[in-house]
Ligand binder design. Sequence first.
Ligand code: GTP
Ligand code: MG
Length: 195
Amino acid sequence: LFAGETDFLKGVVAMDGLPEADRIEVCFAGRSNVGKSTLINALTGRKALARASNTPGRTQEVNFFTLGDSHYLVDLPGYGYANAPLPVVEKWQALLKRYLSGRQNLRRAFVLIDTRHGVKPVDHEIMALLDSAAVTFQVVMTKADKLRGTALDDILAQVRGELARHPAAFPELILTSSEKGEGIATLRATIADLV
Ligand code: GTP
Ligand code: MG
């Protein structure tokens, strides 16, 4: 699947702009700056396909990428702190929530958690929203190159404890580093296995 063509299709600012729900879709959600756009670039092997930056609030639209002729990858605006005016942020947050709870072809939501930070209250809220909408979600730990040893084990235990509270959670998490390429093959295989 990932050997095929990947392309940017469109950036969407309202639900009526979503492309037809005629492909298998996965999305990447998570706090601002967690590494969503960078992960899409690592998965597709295209350094600048999704726009990433160190400024939280970089991605401001729901961005659709085509993967082969069967899948969409969706890069979402971050939640939590963003370096943008409040009314603007509130507009993306509303769209994000509507998208996550109302997209019929969404097979799995990947919820990204920064390995250094673990699950925060805003992450819990998004997971609860996915529970209510019965959208299966799977946690992807990002920036694994930044933390090792018992500190990492403690965070993973915290995340697993959180997942046990969510009926829509897929029990296995995937540890990744877009920087080092760790976990990228596993995540690709997970996406390719969704039908
Ligand atoms: P928003 O669009 O603002 O919500 O952020 P995002 O989640 O898309 O984050 P983005 O991909 O733009 O990455 C944020 C910052 O984290 C950038 O400076 C990336 O280079 C850095 N980053 C992302 N993944 C990794 C990683 O695996 N390791 C390290 N060390 N840094 C990373
Ligand atoms: Mg982004």
